[in-house]
Write a protein of this length. Structure first.
Length: 580
């Protein structure tokens, strides 16, 4: 940070044709970058729900990293003290097995323990910025105030204006940070970095030159038990979230397959994994094929609920990103991890999300990705905003370089005082200019806040006048996923409750319009060139009945318009709670 400031001051003060004065900060900035770079021999420690894994990553110059890994099971639940003791013993065993005692170690906080947010804040001093971030992130913290650790990094070039700065903030309970530090130290490792998994994924993509600066890209890392969604625009980390979806989710759905005319077909864990690995997500012509006597179409139906939940979670995350960044929408999705290579998963998500979905080439495992993170990236083991810290510089600077640095420091102290005075005057003038620009924008901020308050009041009034909080956008989005290619809707209307079939009669003087739930009527046409319309209608009714926003789906009318086209009318009751 100090080196960047010195370089900026030298650029501002240099005149054409004159050599810029020597800035010692440049030398220290180079040493700082060397201190923050990942060591050539590093141990990555990862904790999952049922296991602890240690990976020793050794890098040579220009060589592919060599990875040696060891895994030990852990109790998924039970006494926390017993689980902690078991984790220490297991890590000590693995460190001895890998011969990694004394090596630097990196780990990541995941799940609900770590919260990652991308914020835009006014430019201010580091001490004031830390206090402002602690106040801003108080609602997102998973622990009471005073019991959390906050780390941030600046995103250069991502600020909205010269008076603002873009930050990525990570928050974690201090208790979990102390536990990880004690765990690494107890096994004979040197705690080097404790960060978040999203930072490791970004660092690995940057190392491989796979970061895209053209648009907003969502990276979905599908693991065994869960998935991680990370939204990036270049180096700008905009969103990170863990999703309860993984290979085990799809495998569990294939353990019991309901086959029409045969009943429920039971499969073992190994058979379900084989079916998923060989056939993936059945679609298109594969629906007519069989595997061990079971039609793949039935397997696709069993996978549909979990895939629909995944699509809804992705849509909600994308909507949040679009709202936070003024409509700068996610342009494509990239699948990572072992689950990302599931056959036809990319094609299925592309059809549901209506955007390009691809599979990353040469994607590394999570442990190798975490080994690419630098020491100053959201490191809970270092001071907030300190980067690599004094300890990191001490490790990176050799003894001869220390002597050179001492000589440079003596020369810089003996330099004329006029140069320091001129630089200070220039900085004061710059600060005055920034202060004048801030005063000009104060009125604009006040008008913006007033407009937001008025918008909030108008939204609340509209909700009260509408008589309910049903989210019609959710209904229409869900409906667009359930209408097939041979069906076209021509009308969508809300039926008055009194006219709805099967509505209960009014009682105790309450009007039927207030007693009955809302009902909608869907009218349209369907194409059935090679078969009767009954099959297409049955498929449409089954799809609507499985929707979380419809209930009591009924067919009111169906008549053939021509040899290939039939008209229909369907009524359904709205589940008010599901769409809110």
């Amino acid at each position: 940070m100090e080196g960047d400031r010195a370089k900026g001051a030298a650029r501002r003060g240099a005149e054409p044709g004159r050599v810029a004065p020597f800035a010692p900060g440049r030398l220290f900035a180079g040493w700082k970058r060397a201190a923050e770079a990942p060591p050539s021999d590093l141990v990555v420690v990862e904790e999952t729900e049922g296991a602890l894994r240690a990976s020793r990553v050794a890098r040579g110059r220009g060589e592919t990293p060599r990875i040696l890994a060891a895994t030990r099971p852990l109790p998924a639940s039970g006494d926390p003290a017993a689980r902690s003791a078991r984790a220490r013993a297991a890590l000590a065993e693995m460190v001895t097995e890998l011969g990694a005692k004394g090596c630097p170690a990196v780990a990541a906080l995941g799940g609900a323990d770590a919260v990652v947010r991308r914020l835009t804040m006014p430019r201010m001093a580091p001490r004031d910025l830390l206090a402002a971030l602690e106040l801003e992130c108080r609602k997102q913290a998973q622990a009471p105030p005073g019991e959390t650790v906050l780390r941030y990094e600046r995103l250069e070039g991502a600020a909205a204006s010269g008076t603002e700065q873009a930050l990525v903030v990570a928050i974690a309970p201090s208790r979990r940070v102390d536990e990880w530090r004690a765990l690494l130290s107890s096994a004979g490792l040197r705690p080097w970095s404790l960060t978040v998994a999203a930072a490791g994924l970004r660092a690995d993509l940057a190392r491989r030159g796979a970061l895209s600066g053209d648009g907003v890209v969502a990276y979905l890392d599908v693991g065994q038990e869960q998935s991680q969604l990370v939204v990036l625009k270049g180096n700008d980390l905009r969103f990170s979230r863990d999703l309860a979806f993984g290979l085990s989710t799809m495998t569990a759905a294939l353990r019991q397959i309901v086959v029409p005319g045969m009943g429920t077909v039971e499969r073992s864990q190994a058979e379900a994994e084989t079916l998923l690995r060989e056939h993936g997500i059945p679609s298109g012509v594969e629906d007519a094929r069989f595997s061990d006597g079971v039609p793949l179409a039935a397997a696709g139906i069993m996978l549909r609920p979990s895939l629909e939940r995944l699509a809804r979670e992705l849509w909600n995350s994308f909507d949040y990103c679009n709202e936070q960044f003024l409509g700068e929408a996610v342009s494509r999705v990239v699948l990572l991890g072992p689950g990302g290579r599931t056959r036809h998963l990319d094609r299925h998500l592309a059809g549901v999300l209506k955007m390009p979905v691809g599979v990353a080439d040469g994607a590394t495992e999570g442990r190798a990705a975490l080994a690419s993170v630098s020491r100053g990236t959201l490191n809970f083991l270092e001071g907030a905003g300190s980067g690599g810290g004094v300890a990191g510089l001490a490790e990176a600077i050799p003894a001869p370089a220390v002597a050179v640095a001492a000589l440079v420091l003596i020369v810089s102290i003996a330099a004329p005082a006029q140069w320091n005075v001129a630089r200070a005057r220039h900085e004061v003038a710059s600060l005055r200019g920034e202060l004048s620009r801030l005063s000009q924008e104060r009125d604009a901020v006040a008008r913006f806040r007033a407009a937001r308050e008025e918008e909030g009041r108008a939204t609340a009034l509209l909700a009260r006048l509408g008589g309910g909080g049903f989210a019609w956008s959710t209904l229409l989005r869900d409906l667009s996923h359930r209408v097939g290619a041979d069906v076209r809707l021509t009308a969508f209307e809300v039926v008055p409750p009194a006219a709805a079939p099967g509505a209960p009669p009014a009682s105790d003087g309450i009007a039927a319009a207030d007693a009955a739930p809302r009902t909608v009527r869907l009218s349209g046409v369907l194409r059935s060139p090679r078969s009767s319309p009954e099959r297409a209608l049955a498929e449409l009714l089954r799809s609507l009945a499985a929707s979380p926003v419809f209930d009591r789906v009924r067919l009111e009318a169906c008549e053939r318009v021509s040899d290939e086209v039939s008209g229909f009318a369907i009524t359904a009751r709205l589940e008010e709670g599901a769409g809110s």
